[in-house]
Design a protein around this ligand. Structure first.
Ligand code: FAD
Length: 290
């Protein structure tokens, strides 16, 4: 199923994100987690891809295709494969699209990807909008775009970043998935700015439950999400008690989601971190609200 068909049906779309296991673990290690996630009946599951650069992206991205295919064909759940482009040629992307098409994967999150300063990038694609246009011209896929409620780290301003998001939409993106955020006011304001900019495609809010302090510090340093006092207080209080921090993180995410759904958000995209326990706790708390 094409993800764009899920929106506008009077129900909040609820989706999950997973990542392929590390290079040292066999791909099958994710299948039991996926089996548990399936029981939570998400509308779709997206699968991240390698960042490119020095990480051996082609091997990593073939695992993305395998996992997206498994979700689609073995679990019977709509899947979405993430795809970056700065370290790919047009020919690489064509081959990738062919593989996805053969597996029946109909949805792609088209990304530029982070640029590794130690690895020279290629120039077949400058931005995610170029990849979006190319996918639309060369296959029958629904394309999603990443968006950044606090602005992308490299963008001069949020206003400029929103203009660039418009280019991705003009290139064919059908819906957006947001970067994680911990302050809902940031997301509400972003929605207002999108409306002013004339952007009216569905936007899913990316929610990351905190399950350990290190993980969140790493994510925040990578994406620059701001941390409201309510959140940092919680982290400080429970930093030495992993179980309490996990439970507080789940409660915090549920609180964010309740507010977002009450405000009419199009969808919630849960960064599951491949952790079915946390996804289950959150799903059970919000299932009657969707
Ligand atoms: P773009 O939309 O191309 O934007 C990149 C920068 O260029 C921005 O600052 C933008 O404002 C600017 N820009 C865009 N167009 C123009 C233009 N025409 N002229 C001038 N400037 C322009 N990374 C991975 O490696 N693997 C993943 O699986 C992955 N999944 C993600 C999922 C989500 C939901 C999100 C939000 C991010 C994900 N990322 C992933 C991270 C992403 O690859 C990085 O944030 C990357 O730096 C930007 O990708 P993009 O597609 O947003 O780029």
């Amino acid at each position: 199923m094409k993800i764009s068909q899920l929106f506008g049906k009077g129900k909040t779309v609820f989706s999950f994100e997973v990542f392929p296991p590390k290079k040292t673990s066999p791909i099958e290690t994710i299948y039991s987690a996926l089996g548990e996630l399936k029981d939570l009946s998400p509308d779709f599951i997206s699968v991240t891809c390698g960042a490119g650069g020095s990480t051996g992206h082609k091997a990593a991205d073939s695992n993305t295709v395998k996992i997206a295919s498994y979700i689609q064909n073995e679990l019977g759940i709509t899947s979405c494969a993430h795809l970056t482009c700065v370290y790919y040629t047009k020919q690489d992307i064509l081959e990738h699209l062919e593989q996805l098409g053969k597996c029946g994967v109909e949805n792609i999150l088209a990304l530029r990807g982070d640029i590794d300063p130690n690895v020279p990038r290629l120039h077949d694609f400058e931005y995610a909008s170029d990849l979006t246009r190319f996918i639309k011209e060369n296959g029958d896929f629904d394309v999603a775009a990443a968006c950044y409620p606090e602005g992308h780290m490299e963008a001069e301003s949020l206003a400029r970043d929103i203009n660039h998001l418009k280019i991705k939409i003009e290139a064919g993106a059908e819906h957006c998935i947001s970067q994680l955020f911990f302050n809902n006011d940031v997301f509400h304001r972003f929605r207002e700015l999108l409306e002013i900019a004339g952007i009216n495609i569905p936007v899913e809010a990316g929610i990351m439950p905190v399950t350990n302090k290190k993980q969140i510090e790493r994510m925040v340093s990578m994406c620059g999400a701001s941390l409201p006092p309510k959140f940092t207080k919680m982290m400080q209080k429970y930093e030495n008690d992993p179980e309490a921090l996990r439970d507080a993180g789940i409660a915090y995410a549920v609180d964010q989601i309740v507010d977002l759904i009450s405000s009419g958000v199009d969808g919630i995209h849960l960064y599951t971190m491949n952790n079915p326990y946390v996804a289950r706790k959150i799903s059970e708390s919000i299932k009657t609200l969707l």
